[in-house]
Design a protein around this ligand. Structure first.
Ligand code: IPM
Ligand code: MN
Length: 352
């Protein structure tokens, strides 16, 4: 298969983990005789520095013309600490999602048995937890009408029927391919937008008789996720709730550096770690590249290249078992492996 990949490394630790992701992708392509080409484009603070725009037109064109985007991270403290800044790196991310039509964000929450003790939750509680959070990504308060003056401000949580139907369809389809359990997370006891979500989900559920569909208020879901994470198989929710719940979900596995995600929709699909740009660690070769590497696995799986994805997952498991780990998950007294060294080990595994 020929794959044109847009590589958007972004800010902070982005360039370091991106480089590892690309090397892993090259190794898998060589092994399976795929032809990958990589085109690099700036995004986030890096793009603001170069062009004044966090998602320049030229970057959009590179993404639009690619088969997939391999994204790393955006964000820079320079902007976080300046509330008057008129352009921000995060705007690049939102513009990218909107322009590429990436309405479905798939965030798997998985545990790694050898890292269970890193979870702040008791090991016996999280052992075997394995669910997908499907977050609507181009609607709701993130994109609805906003207003702000000195005394009043609002954001609008607007959703239309087609937006709700298409994301629910994605969720039902994932549930079908997994353990056939879908939880629709909303706040239908208070919010009109949530009541429309629930109404449409109830209309659609009979079309998926093989899927057990249940409904949960978001406050209750937040609690259930840490009380009994194994309850969930696929959960689907609106943009803001999904943003919050997926950060909560990432804690279950014990390190934010482990979880990948995919964003799909009408345009070029995008694959990225769920963690941010960790500016304090930039250039230090300490960031965990596994979330980025697992994003590459999700990329292959998206194109139904299951063996390729499985090989990456085996390599990641093997690296953890061999204690080839970055500092935040290393065992006591374990040797020091940096971002690059973990990447090299995984590439070596893939090559042999
Ligand atoms: C995420 C991030 C973004 C979001 C920020 C950086 C705009 O938190 O991908 O979850 O809120 O969607
Ligand atoms: Mn978030």
């Amino acid at each position: 298969m020929k794959l044109r990949i847009a590589v958007l490394a972004g800010d902070g630790i982005g360039p370091e983990i991106s480089a590892v992701g690309v090397e892993v992708m090259r190794a898998v392509c060589a092994r399976f005789a795929h032809e990958a080409s990589f085109e690099y484009a700036p995004v986030g603070a890096d793009a603001i520095d170069r062009t004044g725009d966090p998602f320049p037109e030229a970057t959009y064109a590179v993404c639009r013309d690619a088969d997939a985007v391999l994204f790393s991270a955006v964000g820079d403290p320079k902007y976080d600490n300046d509330p008057t800044a008129s352009v921000r790196p995060e705007q690049g991310l939102l513009a990218m999602r909107k322009r590429l039509g990436l309405f479905a964000n798939i965030r798997p929450v998985q545990t790694f048995r050898c890292l269970l003790h890193h979870s702040p939750l008791r090991a016996e509680l999280v052992d075997g937890a394995d669910f997908l959070c499907i977050r609507e990504l181009t609607g709701g308060m993130y994109f609805g009408e906003k207003y702000q003056d000195n005394d009043r401000a609002y954001d609008t949580n607007l959703y239309t029927r087609p937006e709700i139907e298409r994301i629910l369809r994605v969720a039902f389809d994932y549930a079908r391919r997994r353990r056939r359990h879908l939880t629709v997370v909303d706040k239908a006891n208070v919010l009109a937008s949530s009541r429309l979500w629930r109404q449409i989900a109830q209309e659609m559920a009979p079309q998926y008789p093989d899927v057990a569909t249940d409904y949960m208020f978001v406050d209750n879901a937040a609690m259930r996720m840490i009380q009994d994470p194994r309850f969930f198989d696929v959960m689907v929710t609106e943009n803001t709730f999904g943003d919050i719940l997926t950060d909560e979900g990432s804690v279950i596995s014990g390190s934010m550096g482990l979880l990948p995600s995919a964003s799909t929709g009408t345009g070029t699909p995008l694959f990225e770690p769920i963690h941010g740009s960790w500016p304090q660690a930039a250039g230090q070769n300490i960031a965990n590249p596994l979330a980025q590497i697992l994003s590459v696995a999700m990329l292959f799986e998206h194109f139904d290249l299951q063996q390729e994805g499985a090989l990456i997952r085996r390599a990641v498991d093997a690296s953890l078992d061999a204690c080839v780990r970055t500092p935040e998950i290393q065992v006591e007294g374990g040797a020091h492996y940096g971002t690059r060294e973990v990447g090299e080990w995984i590439v070596g595994f893939i090559n042999c």
